[in-house]
Design a protein around this ligand. Structure first.
Ligand SMILES: C[S@@+](CC[C@H](N)C(=O)[O-])C[C@H]1O[C@@H](n2cnc3c(N)ncnc32)[C@H](O)[C@@H]1O
Length: 272
């Protein structure tokens, strides 16, 4: 398993990320100027449909002000900052990638949210939290990097209060093999996709009952059509985080969705 985690870490190694972000963000203002989650959305929402997908999932999960939210595989922290800014809730993020966590903390200082949003480096398979501390756990475009799904969903259940909610936004396998490289894996060695049905079969036995179940593939395809039509992406974007091949990784995700090889699932579960 360590080999797999090392492979995933290597994919998201992002050498010198915080320094690159500092340079890229010069175009949005000086270090002293506060940035909004919306200004960062093209580079810090690392999943299909970007900020709109995070906003939709938060609504589906029923997040409110008084909640304590854990974002598992929090990336560079865009979803965590958006949730805290929109709902006033406290958000903790954990991610396997040390450079991502460092970048997430830096971006959170730039948005002035460090009192409300924090990040730790840790594996989703060994969450550094006591049992039953969170009202909501979010998992957006992370599960496809994790082979031991039973352990992942057990860990998420363990840190949730009874009656708490687990909201997942996943890429799922439909038909045939995906074209690689893709944004989460440059080769199949670190990609562990399941079908939507198999995802549910892995989640429910961990102690969950299904509250909402949505096939979001068509919305994702419509987003890709709009992106293709709108010309070059806004700057700065996720290319700063993932490097110069990001355009090719994302083009392959689009192709896999359009060809019906992959699908997109949003679902919310109650911890029972
Ligand atoms: C495609 S990015 C999504 C980031 C974030 N959820 C978002 O939507 O902006 C996948 C993230 O999952 C993290 N990740 C992958 N496997 C992990 C694991 N076993 N434990 C914690 N984080 C993991 C990666 O480091 C990366 O930041």
């Amino acid at each position: 398993m360590t080999d797999v985690l090392d492979g995933v870490r290597d994919h998201y190694r992002a050498t010198g990320l915080t320094e690159r972000l500092k340079t890229a963000l010069n175009s949005l203002g000086t270090e002293e100027q506060r940035l909004t989650p919306q200004q960062l959305a093209a580079l810090d929402q690392f999943h299909t449909r970007g900020l709109a997908a995070t906003a939709d999932l938060a609504k589906l999960a029923g997040i409110t002000t008084d909640m304590s939210v854990l974002d598992v595989g929090s990336g560079v922290g865009g979803p965590a900052r958006f949730l805290a800014a929109t709902y006033g809730c406290r958000v903790t993020g954990v991610d396997l990638s040390e450079p991502f966590v460092e970048a997430a903390r830096y971006l959170t200082e730039r948005t002035g949210q460090s009192g409300q949003v924090s990040f730790e480096t840790a594996s989703a398979l060994e969450l550094p939290f006591d049992d039953g501390g969170f009202d909501v756990v979010l998992l957006q475009h992370v599960a496809m990097n994790i082979s031991d799904r039973a352990r992942l969903y057990r860990e998420i259940r363990r840190v949730l209060k009874s009656g708490g909610r687990f909201a997942t936004f996943d890429i799922v396998l439909n038909e045939g093999e995906p074209h690689y490289p893709v944004p989460w894996a440059r080769t199949p060695a670190t990609s562990f996709l399941l079908t939507a049905a198999a995802t549910r079969e892995a989640i429910e036995p961990a102690g969950f009952s299904t509250l909402a179940w949505q096939d979001d593939t068509e919305a994702a395809k419509a987003w890709i059509v709009r992106l293709r039509a709108s010309g070059p992406p806004p700057s700065p974007n996720l290319g700063v985080v993932m490097g110069p091949d990001f355009a090719q990784l994302s083009a392959n995700l689009g192709r896999n969705l359009m060809e019906g090889r992959l699908g997109i699932l949003s679902a919310v579960f109650e911890a029972v």
